[in-house]
Design a protein. Structure first.
Length: 367
């Protein structure tokens, strides 16, 4: 196998594909990237057996076809260290690959391409196409609420749900819940619920760089595949049942607060400075048209902020983890937000005050 390629043309797909490759591997070949050349089409594949990413590049001139696996991190570091605009010549012979550029020459060891594992290529049951920007919005608005290393492994991921041609994604870690629904219907029949693993969600989000370009999604019984012009991304699904998120949504909260998103965000950020570093609790004291936010810590220090809000109703006092509230205010946009409460022991429902596509639930804290 032999070909020439510009540094920039190789570096972009190689960096993304190498992102999937785990640094600590049980199988040595999983630390490698598979390079397959067919005429002037080069494909690069990285996998950790859970997530697989294939990047495709068109070469300006055809090379000698072949396939080989090379250490992913070393190849990325070599490409990054070469000067911008340089040309790279790659030549694979027997168990070595030579990378040449200008006066630089590197020889890397390889492993046989036939040993490289591939994620099974199953036919999916649900196919649909949407804009990359639409999918990125769904992920960006919910991914922060995914659990990390929770023993309830089905929470370490994101629910993708198709119901009546409507795509909705939901993430929860048991303390807060984020939900975003695509306003436009997708052209697919049949309802389905699948859970994408956390790593799959984060890797997929990194690929969505062209807002208006299309991405084709195929959902199967144990895989989801996303294809663009430059990449094919495949992820195994989490085998488990996602909790019934509809039961978590507060039923008829009657205390509705409307306020400026920026004012509230700044007030929470300031009070968080003096909240308990471990529990991050703040107390919200609600009276007519006024919200007082109070934080204390074990050193007997206190922060208090008063924010003008639009609220008519009886006084209420409730505690929350300030980090969870700030996470939600960080992904919402729009001038105003709506916060709905029922009583001191029930969850808060946060949304954009006009008809938004996202809903957030935060559980209260006893302070």
């Amino acid at each position: 196998m032999k070909f020439n390629i510009s540094r920039e043309a190789l570096l972009k797909p190689l960096s993304l594909v190498a992102g999937v490759v785990e640094r600590r591997q049980t199988l040595p070949i999983l630390a490698n990237v598979l390079m397959v050349l067919d005429g002037d089409r080069l494909s690069l594949t990285g996998t950790d057996l859970e997530v697989e990413l294939v990047g495709r590049v068109h070469l300006s001139a055809a090379g000698d076809s072949g396939e080989v696996t090379v250490p992913a991190r070393k190849l990325v570091d070599i490409c990054k260290s070469l000067p911008e605009g340089s040309d790279i010549q790659i030549n694979a012979q027997e168990s070595k690959v030579t990378v040449k550029s200008g006066r630089s020459r590197f020889t890397l060891s390889t492993l046989p391409a036939r040993e490289f594992p591939n994620v099974e290529d199953s036919m999916g049951t649900h196919h649909f196409v949407l804009k990359q920007g639409q999918l990125k919005r769904l992920i960006d608005r919910t991914s922060f609420a995914m659990a990390q290393q929770d023993v309830r492994y089905y929470l370490n991921g994101m629910l993708w749900e198709l119901i009546g041609k409507q795509l909705r994604v939901v993430a929860t870690d048991g303390h807060r819940l984020a939900m975003c629904t695509l306003p436009q219907k997708v052209g697919v029949d049949g309802d389905i619920q699948v859970i994408l693993p956390r790593k799959g969600v984060l890797e997929l989000a990194r690929l969505l760089l062209e807002e208006d370009a299309e991405i084709a999604i195929v959902i199967g019984s144990n895989h989801v595949r996303a294809t663009t012009n430059d990449f094919t991304f495949t992820s195994k699904l989490v085998d488990g049942k996602f909790p019934d998120y509809q039961r978590v949504l507060p039923r008829s909260p009657d205390k509705i607060i409307q306020g400026s998103r920026m004012d509230l965000r700044q007030a929470f950020t300031r009070t968080a400075i003096l909240s308990n570093e471990k529990y991050r609790g703040v107390r919200l004291k609600l009276t007519e048209n006024t919200l007082d936010i109070v934080a204390n810590n074990p050193e007997q220090e206190e922060a208090e902020e008063t924010v003008s809000v639009d609220y008519k109703g009886e006084a209420l006092e409730v505690g929350f983890n300030v980090s969870y509230l700030l996470d939600v205010l960080g992904v919402l946009n729009g001038e105003q937000i709506k916060l709905s409460l029922a009583d001191p022991n029930s969850s808060a429902l946060l949304e954009e005050s006009d008809e938004g596509d996202s809903l957030y639930v935060v559980m209260p804290m006893r302070l």
